[in-house]
Design a protein around this ligand. Structure first.
Ligand code: ACO
Length: 339
């Protein structure tokens, strides 16, 4: 019998994309009762990118994926699996197959992961399982969201926070292992703190009189959030989660080269890094340019860190996602530049 052999997982390449339309805080303050000072002091956000009506989430995901494919010298036809982390799909049955078609990745299996801002972290972990077991060789993970289409633009407590974007990474087996440890959690009892819920009573099916209307249209409400509770949840659970990963890998906080948190709010980034005693210069942040792009925020920041040469051989990156569900989780990466 052939002995079962676990493979290491390597991050081969990354990519990202944001829409061209840029909405600054000043511009927003012309349409709702807010100000640049309020938004930037409470969140760190200065501007966000918003998808044009004639573009779709698949267009953004395609651009991000193409960058990762080009940098990784991989052809779309060589992809075995596409994991599409999004909570704003084009199609409730899933949008991964649309991305597969757009890329021409004819050999790849493809499915969606719906886990809001934790989606990309979960995608990395799912991909790692397929690679470790030797099932697949080339896996594309995309985190993309267009929450601009799901927020109420007259609600100043939520609309100021979000932007649209996409980020991608390609994972391959390797002798060395980049993905050192991970940790995942869900607390469904708190799901009401942040959600986009289905409209109640939207069904027009009258079972009693066997009246099945052909005009039934299902609707979702706008995004709702209890900001204070989400803040408290993030700053208490995320340091715990990262500490558990460090313990598993027998590492100390001061060995972390980069802290990459879901870009929800600069105050969350500051508080989490303070709790972990990680200095500000080790915290990756681009929130001022894009706001909270949900599943896209981590891969966009990761791609920017690679493109600007911040991440070097053997650097240790602690990544944490958190958000609706409520879900949260961390992954520790030691990136090996050369196989
Ligand atoms: N402009 C001006 N004033 C505002 C705005 C705004 N955009 N929004 C709210 N206010 C007002 C409120 O009406 C309130 O006024 P009042 O005191 O007269 O009643 C005042 O500002 C304070 O409002 P709070 O809600 O108490 O503001 P808070 O300090 O909690 O900040 C914020 C709100 C920024 C949303 C904060 O709670 C937060 O960051 N929470 C975390 C949210 C988050 O990160 N969510 C995403 C994570 S998960 C995911 O990514 C999907």
């Amino acid at each position: 019998m052939t002995p079962f052999k676990m493979h290491g997982t390597h991050i081969l390449s990354t990519g990202s994309a944001v829409p061209d339309i840029c909405i600054s805080n000043d511009l927003l303050s012309n349409i709702i009762d807010t100000s640049d000072t309020w938004i930037s002091t409470r969140t760190g956000i200065k501007e966000r990118r918003i998808l044009d009506n004639n573009q779709s989430i698949i267009d953004l995901a395609r651009i991000a994926s193409d960058e990762a494919l080009i940098k990784g010298l991989i052809k779309a036809e060589d992809l075995d699996l596409i994991l599409f982390a999004t909570s704003t799909p084009n199609d409730l049955f899933g949008s991964a197959s649309q991305l597969q078609k757009s890329l021409g990745a004819t050999k790849a299996a493809a499915f969606d992961i719906t886990a809001a801002c934790s989606g990309f972290v979960i995608g990395l972990i799912v991909a790692q399982q397929f690679i470790q077991t030797g099932t697949y060789k080339n896996i594309l993970i995309v985190g993309a969201d267009t929450l601009s289409q799901w927020v109420d633009w007259s609600d100043r407590t939520t609309c100021i926070l979000f932007g649209d974007g996409a980020g991608a990474a390609i994972l391959q087996p390797s002798r060395q292992n980049d993905l050192m440890s991970f940790e995942l959690n869900t607390d469904g009892s708190e799901s009401h703190q942040l959600s986009i819920q289905h409209q109640e009573n939207s069904s027009s099916i009258d079972y009693k009189n066997l009246n099945f209307s052909a005009q039934k249209i299902s609707k979702y409400k706008y995004l709702t959030m209890n900001g204070k509770e989400v803040y408290k949840f993030a700053v208490s659970k995320v340091p715990e989660s990262i500490n558990k990963c460090l313990q598993t890998s027998q590492l100390k906080t001061n060995q972390i080269t980069w802290l990459l948190l879901h870009q929800a709010n600069q105050r969350i980034l500051d508080t989490v890094s303070q709790k972990l005693q990680i200095p500000t210069e080790k915290v990756l942040s681009n929130i001022q340019c894009y706001g909270n792009t949900s599943a896209a925020s981590i891969p966009i920041a990761l791609n920017e860190a690679f493109n600007t040469g911040h991440i070097c051989h053997k650097d240790i990156i602690a990544i944490a996602g958190f958000g609706a569900g409520l879900t949260w989780g961390s992954i520790l990466i030691q990136w090996n530049a050369i196989e």
